[in-house]
Ligand binder design. Structure first.
Ligand code: FES
Ligand SMILES: [Fe+2]
Length: 444
């Protein structure tokens, strides 16, 4: 059997194709969804139990018997590589009396063993031996098993879905997003940042934040010199299936940039590709600067060790595209890597969540350090250990820190009797679309 050829987008694409505008109802957004424990509980069943989530990076579990665990709300999920090469995922709850069978984040097993009464499970989750087997009216061996859920390996990531009847991951993502994500070949990347931060905000506050760029010029002014995040330059697309996409042309300043002369860091970013930014004076020239950097990367990228430039569309050489996969897996792709920025619900407290920040990079020959995504010191090009912190203990990257700082303030304001609902401009329509999609699931 020959492997399918990898997807390569049309090389001369200068932006993602525009999707039709969504039809929005204008639902109001109450504060209960951010603060109420009962809402959190219902949402867990009606939303989180129906969607595909990312559980880990596939290369973390390359051999049969390698496993990873992840947590979502009240649940722990075990993902195990099988003899046949596929991955199975199980709820981490023993069929004897419900104990979690492991609290490890990863490992390798011949067989799992529950720490309470010693039931043993094979890698497919089936009970293989129990103490005092003769004492059971019916032996659980070969019959009892860990409850399995759907699991797929795609884009170098492991995905799981609690709902046994849910459509496949490809059907969930839709053709456009599947195709565009596949074109990045995330499976060839290395995760150099893997952080989780306990955060004092509801998970949706973080999701809302990634569903709009209205805040960028205020909260992230350091991006203005090189990311055109103004709504007049970007493109926002909402898909019928609840996901959305934002496109941000980069290697050009944003409309708020207040000089005619290109400054840092763009000056150095251009110089690295042999482009002198001094020749681009005034905002009329900025779009051309971005195009000329694309041409330089196209001409010299592969020979300079940026092999991935050989299979990228023009816009993928310079720009950021953010894929917001409903409800909360946010995948941001840039010229040299991919970030996962997502919030997971807290088991019991609507006012808290877990925020994950991953940074996966393309390997570039000769590079042993790589720039941190949007601020922070350079990172070694090596698989990063997982760090679990409380927000504030350590930086998650400048931009992520800025987003989280406001998340905690917004949580407090939303809980106030003075909260009056949202009053949003058109450029925040992805926030509105998200909440209408959420409402559809919550009223079913
Ligand atoms: S709860 Fe797992 S063996 Fe008893
Ligand atoms: Fe932000």
């Amino acid at each position: 059997m020959t492997a399918a050829s990898p997807i390569v987008l049309e090389q001369h694409l200068n932006r993602p194709p525009k999707e039709p505008e969504p039809t929005l109802r204008g639902d109001s957004v109450g504060s209960d969804r951010y603060t109420c424990p009962d809402y959190l509980k219902r949402e867990y069943r009606q939303v989180w139990h129906t969607v595909w989530n990312i559980g880990g990076v596939a290369y973390q579990m390359s051999e049969p018997g390698d496993y990873l665990t992840t947590e979502l709300g009240i649940d722990s999920i075990i993902m195990v590589r099988q003899e046949e090469g596929n991955v199975k995922a199980f709820f981490n709850s023993c069929p004897h009396r419900g104990t979690r069978i492991t609290e490890a984040e990863d490992g390798h097993v011949q067989a799992f063993s529950c720490p309470y009464h010693g039931w043993q499970f094979d890698r497919a989750g089936v009970v293989t031996s129990v103490p005092d087997e003769e004492d059971f009216a019916e032996s659980p061996c070969g019959k009892a098993r860990l409850k399995e859920m759907q699991c797929e390996e795609r884009f170098g990531l492991i995905w799981y879905n609690f709902d046994p009847d849910a459509p496949s991951l490809d059907a969930f993502l839709g053709e456009t997003i599947s195709r565009e994500l596949e074109s990045h070949r995330i499976e060839d990347m290395l995760r150099v940042l893997d952080m989780t931060a306990e955060t004092r905000s509801n998970w949706k506050i973080i999701t809302d934040n990634f569903n709009e760029a209205y805040h960028v010029k205020v909260l992230h002014p350091e991006l203005i010199p090189y990311v055109a995040a103004d709504y007049g330059d970007c493109q926002f697309d909402c898909f019928d299936n609840g996901h959305n996409r934002g496109w941000f042309p980069s290697f050009m300043p944003s409309a708020q940039y207040d000089s005619d002369v290109i400054g840092e860091p763009l000056k150095s970013m251009a110089a690295a590709w042999g482009v002198s930014s001094d020749e681009y004076q005034g905002r009329d020239t900025w779009k051309q600067l971005r195009l000329d950097i694309q041409s330089a990367k196209r001409a010299r990228g592969v020979s300079q060790g940026y092999e991935h430039y050989g299979y990228r569309a023009d816009y993928q050489l310079t720009d950021y595209v953010i894929y917001n996969l409903f409800p909360s897996n946010v995948i941001t792709v840039g010229p040299d890597g991919v970030q996962l920025l997502r919030a997971r619900p807290h088991p019991t407290d609507a006012g808290q969540c877990l925020f994950d920040h991953w940074w996966l990079v393309n390997r570039v020959e000769g590079q042993d350090m790589t720039p941190s995504p949007a601020g922070g010191p350079d990172l070694p090009v090596a698989d990063a250990p997982h760090e679990h912190i409380r927000y504030g203990e350590k930086t998650l990257g400048t931009t992520a820190d800025q987003d989280l700082s406001i998340a905690e303030m917004q949580q407090k304001g939303l809980a106030s009797a003075g909260y009056q609902g949202f009053w949003m401009p058109n450029q925040e329509r992805r926030v509105q679309a998200f909440h209408e999609n959420l409402n559809d699931l919550m009223t079913e």
